[in-house]
Every structure is written in C-alpha cells, then in structure tokens.
Write a protein that binds this ligand. Sequence first.
Ligand SMILES: Nc1ncnc2c1ncn2[C@@H]1O[C@H](COP(=O)(O)OP(=O)(O)O)[C@@H](O)[C@H]1O
Ligand SMILES: O=c1ccn([C@@H]2O[C@H](COP(=O)(O)OP(=O)(O)O)[C@@H](O)[C@H]2O)c(=O)[nH]1
Ligand SMILES: [Mg+2]
Length: 213
Amino acid sequence: MGAVDVANKDLTASLADKKPKVVFVLGGPGSGKGTQCANIVEHFHYTHLSAGDLLRAEIDSGSENGTMIQNMIKEGKIVPSEVTIKLLQKAMLESGNDKFLIDGFPRNEENRAAFEAVTKIEPEFVLFFNCPEEEMERRLLSRNQGREDDNIETIRKRFKVFLESSLSVIEYYMAKGKVREVLLSQYEVGVHIFFEILIGHCLGRLCNSTSDK
Ligand SMILES: Nc1ncnc2c1ncn2[C@@H]1O[C@H](COP(=O)(O)OP(=O)(O)O)[C@@H](O)[C@H]1O
Ligand SMILES: O=c1ccn([C@@H]2O[C@H](COP(=O)(O)OP(=O)(O)O)[C@@H](O)[C@H]2O)c(=O)[nH]1
Ligand SMILES: [Mg+2]
C-alpha cells in the first residue's frame, strides 16, 4: 500500500470518529444553493462546504491537479470523484464541526456511490432547489464573480450535465424519501418566506434529533 492510500485511510478513519451529520444541497447551476447555504449557516450551527469553491481553491493553490480541474470546470464537466471527495473530507476535518451543508455535490451517481463507499456517510436529507432554467441562466449571466464558467457556452453545457447526470442523484434520494424540494417561482417575496419556513423546519428537526448526542 502506497503513502497516498495510507493518508486517505487516516482521513477516512478520523472523519468516521466524528460521526458527522450531512445535508446535501443540490439544484441546477444558478438555482441559489450558495446563497441559501449562507443564509442557513447564519441561523444554524452548520459548516457550509461548496464543492465548487473547494475545487476553485485547489486550482488557486497551484496543486498538481489544478490544471485538470480548471479544464473540467471550463467545460462544465464533473471532476473525478476521488479528487472532490478528498477535498471534502479534508475540509470537514479541518472545520472542527460535525454538521455540514455540502453544496453542489454529489453531481452524478458515481460521485454519490463513491462518497458513501469511502466515507460511510449517508445524508440526513437533501435540499433540492428546483428553479426554471431561464431564471438560472439570467442569474448566472449576471453573477459577476469573474467565473470562467459563467458564460453562455459553458452555462448550456452545465445545464446539459445537470439534466443528464445530476438529476439522477436527486431521484435516487427521492426514492428514499430524503428530498426536501424548494420549487422556485418568479415570485421572489413568496419564495424567500417559503425558504425561511422550509429550511427552518428541516434543519430545526435535524438539530433536535441530534442535540441529545
Ligand atoms: N432568490 C433569488 N432571487 C434572485 N437572485 C438570486 C436568488 N438566489 C440567488 N440569486 C443570485 O443568483 C446568482 C446565483 O446564485 P448562487 O447562490 O451562486 O447559485 P448556485 O450556487 O446554485 O449556482 C447569484 O448572483 C445570486 O446573488
Ligand atoms: O462536486 C463537484 C462540484 C463542482 N464541480 C465542477 O465545478 C463547477 C462549478 O460548480 P459550482 O457548484 O461552484 O457551480 P454552481 O452550481 O454553484 O453554479 C461544475 O460545473 C463542475 O465543473 C465538480 O466537478 N464536482
Ligand atoms: Mg454555487
């Protein structure tokens, strides 16, 4: 067994000791995952981990995987599971917390199965932001965060990947009764109030069920 395998085993064992609680936050590109996670952590003791942010930080760090990750993101493709899972495991351990909102992961069946196989963690539930594509496109084109993938050509590819690969993850958890869906309409005021109630309800229940640990 090589040094890398040993390091991965240590990471997995240390994380397993913490018995972390995980909520997956899923939805199409621009559906508001990051925005609503930021709202949630203001009110609940969760750590927000955006898989996309972790991958972008890895590019910026000049790591050996940086160029590969950058190319995949530019094309709207899904980075190999082992890379993303390792970044998530490290971030979970470094946070010192045991409750996590994992935003934008798993993005395909392989991501999902690999995460469960490696970490032995099953999510408590999945928050699914279901937003019309034209609204997501509008938001992404005016996000203004200087992201290389927020251009119309890459956005179209990301929508395709979402429909062809990511929706099946949501369907998998739906079949297990684990999905809490927030259906976005154009009526933003109603949506915001609904978010507060729904998210408060879901996370409040989760906090209660784990507070006597
Ligand atoms: N409910 C909303 N109404 C209008 N704009 C929104 C809403 N939620 C998020 N946005 C904006 O849309 C863009 C994408 O949101 P973001 O949270 O980054 O989505 P995601 O993480 O799902 O890609 C951001 O510029 C954000 O400010
Ligand atoms: O688990 C992940 C999360 C993100 N990405 C890549 O990172 C990009 C941006 O992801 P992010 O979640 O930041 O985008 P968002 O959905 O928030 O717009 C995606 O299109 C993928 O190329 C990936 O490969 N695996
Ligand atoms: Mg995001």
